[in-house]
Unconditional design. Sequence first.
Length: 274
Amino acid sequence: MSAKEIIDLRSDTVTLPIKEMLEAIRRAELGDDVFREDPTVDRLEQMAAEKMGKEAVLLVTSGTQANLIALMCNTKRGDLVILEAESHIYWYEVGGVYMIAGLLPWPVKSQAGAPMPEDVKAAIRPRDIHFPEPALICLENTHNRHGGTIITPSQIKAISEVAQEHGLKLYLDGARIFNAAVALKADIREFTRHVDNLMFSLSKGLCCPIGEVLVGTRQFIETARKIRKVLGGGMRQAGVIAAPGIVALETMIGRLAEDHRNARRLTEGIAKIE
């Protein structure tokens, strides 16, 4: 079998940019993004903020970087962060949560990726000189290790109420949040309204060659911009990354439904094999 005949189903990270994205890269108006002078990045960030219903946005290079920046923005060193036990941050991000952010990760088990509010509440330690300060709850939507399951807006709201009751921030690793919105035929803002900040991916099902987006308040993004620089993520003519992102937000979200239909068709076909 030649390489052209192989259908690669390992991950949506192996998607390739469509020709309109490559053309957008060629035509992109560029500037130095560290100096905030790249108009194509500015346009992408404005589009994403409006779509997500948040104040501000920051373009970063990877999901791992986005999550690490968010961990550091929402906490101080030595704090406790509550995570679902199978979460991507806990399993697949090289321990940056403690190695770089200096946080104590506290995993909470769930049946399908969405921790029960009472389990989250039970994980919040009392404020005591012997314990690290609880500061942040992290959710993942859709959930990778739970088979792409969706945390519904009502489930997010319930956990948000726990966070608010205890004075904690709520962060959403929303790398595939558009898959959730398309699958439930829901406005993306239904998923974002109850979290303080989040990230989403351009480089998975939306087919961009690189790029993730952090979303939150203006103050959060200003802090995130500084931490991105500390982590070596300051970019110069980053419009070459932003340009395909603009194409993705304009044209690629709706077609995720085609991916979902194909996945179901494959699943049903495999299930018929004895």
